[in-house]
Design a protein around this ligand. Structure first.
Ligand code: KG4
Ligand code: ZN
Length: 334
């Protein structure tokens, strides 16, 4: 039995979790900084690092208490080492390394993207091989996971990440930051067929592009403003959100299915912040049912940044050395 204490601090959430054997979450806590950054409409790196410093120790105490464990009962410490904001990463990384030295237990460095993929192992019986659609604020990738340690990027976005496109469109519509979840909620009240939007054609078999859709949505928004005046009626906003969401989800599902079929992968998973999206979750479930493919989607709490996924990743892929930050982009270009 291996019990790991895991820390995630790559961006604006301080997260700590205790995970047993890579699948059982004994405790998990997140200290969100949304209120700190909201007023600026984006994450301010220096403020994020300072907030991590303030939040980390109390959060570790809280999570240990929640799991009814003390430091000597922890078998190893792990933290996200990249990619992410360097000042933020240093807080979690240094804390976990210091604990590993103090208690003479191993330290494991985790790649944030591996961790998102590993969120699918939490509280599930998923085993490789499988296909993972990783969709976050910084990444949009189709990954073939052939073993716990071997992952290959088969396709990715050529411009904006899905989360980025969501956040930009949401900002344009006057929604709060980060806009993805607000746009998702609004889309549920709208008609997805109200405004046809273009799906990008890209040359790479499994690649994506979202900047054209983002621009088309921007133009449509301008047209609607000219037609209805400002602010737009709530139903028009909802229809716009639903049309955008449907176009994004259709694009993602199409490539996912193509990939699963051509690579003969019987299971599909979704990971990353955008996997919290209701339209995407429903779409992947329906696709799996229609085509006889198993579908795994992490619990909402393990979709956005969290530390439980770091504990899962370190258990299945225990890297004690410096982390290979660039492994995903290299795999793609190779
Ligand atoms: O994985 P994550 O928490 O942080 C990164 O590593 O990027 O992903 C954050 C992204 C943001 O762009 C946020 O707007 C988006 O995930 N997101 C959503 C939803 N929840 C979070 N996008 C669409 N629908 C959602 N429900
Ligand atoms: Zn993330």
């Amino acid at each position: 039995m291996t019990t790991l204490l895991a820390i995630e601090s790559s961006c604006d959430d301080t997260a700590v979790a205790i995970v047993r054997n890579g699948r059982t979450v004994l405790a998990s806590g997140v200290a969100s900084q949304v209120e700190t950054h909201e007023q600026y409409g984006g994450v301010i790196p220096e403020l994020a690092a300072r907030s991590h410093v303030a939040a980390i120790n109390p959060l570790i105490d809280q999570v240990l208490k929640q799991a009814d464990l003390s430091f000597p009962q922890i078998d190893g410490f792990t933290a996200t080492l990249g990619p992410g904001l360097i000042g933020s990463l240093l807080v979690g990384g240094s804390t976990a390394k210091a604990l590993s030295l103090a208690f003479n237990k191993p330290f494991y460095g985790v790649n944030h993207l591996y961790a998102h993929v590993a969120s699918n192992y939490l509280e599930s019986d998923l085993e490789p091989p499988f296909l993972c659609l990783l969709v976050s604020g910084g990444h949009t990738q189709l990954i073939e996971v052939s073993s716990y340690q071997r992952m290959e990027v088969l396709g990715q976005t050529l411009d904006d990440a899905v989360g980025e496109a969501y956040d930009k469109v949401a900002r344009l519509m006057g929604l709060p930051f980060p806009g993805g979840p607000y746009l998702d909620k609004l889309a549920a009240e709208g008609n997805p067929a109200a405004y046809p939007l273009p799906e990008a054609q890209v040359s790479g078999r499994y690649d994506f592009s979202f900047s054209g859709l983002k621009t088309a949505t921007l133009r449509l928004h301008e047209r609607l403003l000219a037609e209805y005046g400002e602010p737009l009626p709530q139903q028009v906003l909802a229809d716009l959100a639903a049309s955008f969401q449907q176009t994004v989800v259709n694009t993602l599902l199409k490539k996912m299915l193509r990939c699963a079929r051509e690579r003969q992968l019987g299971a599909m998973t979704v990971a990353g912040g955008v996997s919290a999206n209701k339209g995407l979750r429903q779409g992947v479930q329906a696709l799996g049912e229609k085509h006889g493919l198993r579908v795994f989607i992490p619990k909402m709490a393990y979709c956005t940044d969290n530390a439980a996924m770091v504990g899962a990743s370190a258990f299945f892929n225990p890297i004690t050395d410096a982390i290979d930050y660039d492994v995903f982009s290299r795999a793609h270009s190779a």
